[in-house]
Design a protein around this ligand. Structure first.
Ligand code: SF4
Length: 279
């Protein structure tokens, strides 16, 4: 089956944390999703409806926060919280002090930078900048369990978002380069509002991350062979598992460890595709 697959990445392809994460977990998944654009019907997790509802609610919650941050009145937005999950998340959000007074905020900002002959792009839920002092990255997570900090630290999202802000964010600091030590990434969990995960940064980590990302992007761009992962656990929640003969049954959401599979499926979402909220 693999002989028939395309293996050349278009020159215009732009990398993101989710495509890099896919490659990192399974080169074949990257090939099927981003080179072949193969839409495969297998569901990622069971129960299907519950998972879909959770993803839809997560999308709406992100948009509610974005609208709130650009100044829409709380009372209008509160009407959109029409499920128990959304109501709880919204109350948790409003009740939490994100401690960003004195910061300039940039909700849903996109940054991009060249990496070799390719481009790397990230869409941030919120950047909060205090000129010459701090650059905070906020990311909202709506998982039903709180993932381990070690697991989040190793995610490509954590590495891409901090490195790209250092590399491409100078204009947010009035043209002065952002120092890695000024950067901090914060995952805020809507169901665990008092347990955010904080990831500061430093120059050593930045160099390591940027070198790793550049090498990974170069490797993928030159690759002509995208093997199946040897770690079959990665197939449990993958939509291509029947295509790859790695089983037909989806993994159960409630059996996944600490929300990790939820984050994996969340990161594949493109929040730009979400319809604008109508009032
Ligand atoms: S089913 Fe497994 S081998 Fe196939 S693309 Fe998904 S993770 Fe890779």
């Amino acid at each position: 089956m693999s002989e028939a697959l395309k293996s050349e990445l278009p020159a215009s392809f732009t990398f993101s944390q989710s495509s890099l994460q896919d490659y990192y977990e399974c080169p074949r998944r990257f090939q099927l999703r981003y080179i072949e654009h193969l839409a495969w019907p297998a569901v990622e997790t069971e129960p299907v409806l519950e998972n879909e509802l959770r993803l839809q609610q997560g999308q709406l919650f992100h948009r509610m926060i974005q609208q709130h941050l650009v100044g829409l009145p709380v009372e209008k937005l509160a009407r959109l919280a029409n499920t128990p999950d959304l109501k709880r998340w919204w109350e948790n959000y409003l009740g939490y002090d994100f401690d960003i007074s004195g910061y300039t905020i940039y909700p849903e900002l996109i940054l991009a930078a060249p990496v070799g002959t390719r481009r790397l792009l990230a869409k941030y839920d919120l950047l909060a900048i205090k000129a010459g002092q701090k650059a905070l990255i906020f990311d909202w997570k709506t998982t039903h369990k709180r993932p381990r900090n070690e697991w989040m630290a190793a995610r490509l999202q954590t590495r891409v978002y901090r490195a790209l802000l250092v590399q491409a964010g100078a204009y947010l600091m009035g043209g002065n380069p952002i120092q890695p030590e000024q950067v901090e990434m914060i995952y805020w969990y809507s169901d665990f509002p008092s347990e955010p995960a904080h990831f500061p940064y430093n120059a050593t980590q930045f160099k390591r991350d940027w070198d790793t990302l550049a090498a990974l992007i170069n490797e993928i761009g030159n690759h002509r062979h995208f093997p199946l992962t040897e770690d079959e656990k990665k197939c449990t929640y993958c939509p291509y598992r029947s295509y790859c003969n790695r089983g037909g049954k989806a993994g159960r959401l409630d059996e996944s460890e600490a929300g990790e599979e939820e984050i994996a499926s969340e990161s594949a979402l493109n929040y730009e595709q979400i319809a604008e909220i109508e009032f």
